[in-house]
Design a protein around this ligand. Structure first.
Ligand code: BGC
Ligand code: BGC
Length: 684
């Protein structure tokens, strides 16, 4: 599924082509990096075609060339602060605004990065067609090379959502989504996942990951529940911090300048995960329910629930934070000086830069001047522009020249961005070493992902001595598309923004089962769970010793996954029933981005495993299913008995009886634990 409107993107590219044609102006001649700082004004980035013709001198004047021949900012032995001072003093307003502009790659050609002195490019959710690691590396490099040819040669910082591994890239290791990592409760593991992800991301030349989501989702009907580690603030704080360290540290030490370090981005600041059902007004593919909605609560509650993960991440060295699409009591976070500047930059002492979310500034006001003035003045430093970056540059230039955004605010934003570029070592090694591509999807990372999967599985029910399964079980029936396609296992933010139901690399659950069992075991697979045509030696329908059904949710992302009803679909419920009708025992593997309502079906199932969105390494599931590793995962979210219990009133949650959740937070059996008896509760 294409993200947002494909038409918009096409329109955007058409406009780009048209503007290029209309402009018809020769591109500025590339200037070698070394001589850049003293270059004449003619080598400035060309003024945007749509810029006001009578540009005030402030935006075009080139500061007087410094007398020293060796530019301080190019000297790696100098502290970042000095280098920033030196560089900032050489920059025009156009170059400063360029640094504050981050454009989606579909909306900009590499040459325009040079022409407009753009500071950052990102890739949104979609595939680039040929998604090989080498194609991605070349794509990123094509932009970076142009940035290096600008007058001052300021390298580009390239960003992507590698939220569960570098999952746009074919052959990359895809880790469990955060909900699964939340079930592991294992901070050391999460740090290693961050490190492995950083190595794969950096190998393609990308320096910046829009992760981790450190929302503390209070509502599992939210389509981003799986991006959050848990409903529990402490757990999110621990795991979010571990992930930040993993991305940015090398050999256990903060090592931002290491070529394999990737900038972390705790997001979305603040209150996503706290929005109220029905308050969203966004329509992308469908009407959103919670995502980008309004969090209605007092400040003390908001702080207690959502602020600790940011504080800890900032203390651990996080250098970029993404603003939230959400509002707090009706006020947009992108327009909120109190939270972005007073709390984040002031109280928490955040020295990095705030990046807006995808077109988030445009949501502030239909009046573009007002939107830009507000966002920059309240503390947004870098604007993530999905489509029309020229408009943003024009607008910001105009409002700065009118005095509506003070130069001091521009300098502060650019200083923050440049500081990170120096600290990340971008001036010294802007491009990836092609040899590093061997890290992408390597065996070590896959083993790590498999370990994460093992530890993420939560055993919710296990009766009739069902689990662990015996490897020499004579006949096993496997049903459900999710067992056979790694796209299902991986969920949203995989290849495409909304994920894919295709097979990706890695090992499906079905393949993993085939690998795990003895040579004599017979495995039959049917995606609909239909096995009635399989006969035994006597010509009667064959009955399997074990049936395994993989069901749950098809991939989704963001508000497209907001749901009013979390009940297992009738198709899936029937599928399990069919498998069960031809098997002595049935094991259900739930592939889903959150708990689902299975109360009515559960009594008929012998075992239920919540596998979340495990990613590509299906053997992690069979390691545990067949008893090579124990079940250790614990629920990171409370599991509802009925939809009507949502949203949970966590402060007054009944512990027993039919009003209690089906399974409490932290629940999870070991294979030899007796399954507690389930109450029979009437459907409300
Ligand atoms: C485009 C993608 C792009 C995405 C942003 C879509 O409309 O088709 O190429 O990556 O927007 O996530
Ligand atoms: C999401 C962010 C993401 C950004 C770039 C937005 O729609 O809310 O989480 O980082 O797109 O893909």
């Amino acid at each position: 599924m294409k993200r947002r409107s494909v038409h918009l993107t096409r329109l955007a590219s058409l406009l780009i082509v048209l503007t290029v044609l209309i402009e018809c102006q020769p591109a500025p001649t590339p200037t070698p990096q070394a001589s850049a700082p003293t270059a004449a004004p003619t080598s400035l980035p060309a003024a945007p075609a749509s810029a006001p013709t009578s540009q005030p001198s402030a935006s075009t004047a080139v500061p007087a060339p410094p007398t020293s021949a060796a530019p301080v900012y190019r000297d790696a032995s100098q502290p970042a602060e000095k280098r920033v001072d030196d560089l900032l003093a050489r920059m025009t307003l156009a170059e400063k605004i360029g640094q504050m502009t981050q454009v989606e790659h579909n909306s900009i050609q590499p040459e325009q990065v040079r022409q407009y002195a753009i500071g950052s490019v990102l890739s949104g959710g979609d595939s680039i067609g040929d998604d090989s690691a080498e194609s991605w590396r070349r794509l990123v490099e094509s932009y970076e090379e142009q940035a290096l040819k600008t007058r001052l040669g300021i390298p580009l910082i390239y960003g992507i959502d590698a939220v569960h591994g570098h999952a746009h890239v074919e052959g990359a290791t895809i880790f469990p989504h955060n909900i699964g990592l939340g079930a592991t409760r294992d901070t050391a593991l999460v740090e290693r996942v961050g490190r492995a992800t950083a190595e794969e991301v950096a190998a393609t030349g990308i320096h910046w990951n829009f992760a981790p989501v450190v929302a503390v989702p209070q509502e599992i009907r939210w389509g981003r529940t799986y991006e959050g580690y848990s409903e529990n603030t402490d757990l999110v704080t621990q795991l979010g911090t571990a992930y930040v360290k993993g991305l940015q540290s090398v050999n256990g030490k903060l090592g931002l300048s290491d070529p394999t370090a990737v900038l972390a981005t705790p997001k979305h600041f603040i209150a996503d995960g706290g929005t109220q059902f029905g308050t969203s007004t966004t329509v992308i593919e469908r009407r959103y329910l919670l995502d980008q909605g309004d969090a209605r609560m007092d400040e003390a509650t908001l702080r207690a629930l959502f602020l600790p993960p940011y504080k800890a991440a900032v203390d651990a060295g996080a250098q970029s934070v993404m603003a939230s699409f959400s509002s707090w009591n009706g006020a947009k976070m992108h327009a909120n000086k109190y939270w972005l500047t007073d709390v984040l930059k002031g109280e928490l002492g955040f020295k990095g830069f705030v990046v807006s979310d995808w077109g988030g500034i445009d949501q502030i006001s239909p009046d573009n001047d007002r939107a830009v003035i507000t966002a920059i003045n309240v503390g947004v430093d870098m604007n993530m522009v999905p489509y029309d970056y020229k408009r943003f540059i024009d607008t910001l230039t105009r409002v700065v020249n009118k005095g509506d955004v003070p130069m001091s605010r521009i300098d502060d934003a650019v200083r923050r961005i440049l500081t990170i570029k120096f600290e990340r070592g971008l001036f010294e090694h802007p491009l990836a070493d092609p040899a590093a591509l061997s890290k992408v999807g390597n065996q070590e990372h896959r083993e790590l992902a498999r370990e994460a999967v093992r530890k993420s599985l939560v055993l919710l029910k296990n009766e009739n001595d069902t689990l662990p399964l015996k490897k020499d079980t004579p006949v096993i029936f496997v049903g459900g598309e999710a067992a056979d396609r790694t796209g299902y296992q991986s969920g949203g933010w995989t290849t495409e923004w909304q994920g894919t139901t295709r097979s990706l690399g890695g090992t499906s659950i079905l393949e993993a089962i085939k690998q795990a069992v003895s040579l004599n075991t017979r495995i039959e697979y049917n995606r609909f769970g239909k096995f009635e045509s399989i006969m035994n030696a006597q010509g009667r329908p064959l009955v399997a010793d074990i049936g395994i059904a993989a069901v749950g949710e098809a991939p989704y992302a963001e508000g497209v996954g907001d749901r009013a009803d979390l009940t297992l679909s009738p198709e899936d419920a029937n599928l399990v029933q069919r498998v069960k009708s031809q098997s002595k025992k049935v094991v259900v593997i739930l592939i889903s981005g959150r708990p689902m309502v299975v109360t009515e079906q559960l009594p008929a199932w012998d075992a239920l495993v919540a596998a979340w969105l495990p990613g590509t390494e299906g053997e992690g599931i069979t390691d545990v299913l067949f008893g090579d590793a124990p079940f250790t995962g614990k629920l990171p979210y409370t599991w509802p008995r009925w939809n009507s219990q949502l949203p949970f009133d966590f402060k007054n949650l009944p512990k027993e009886g039919c009003d209690a959740p089906l399974f409490p937070f932290g629940y999870g059996l070991a294979a030899n634990d007796p399954s507690p008896k389930q109450l029979e509760c009437p459907r409300p």
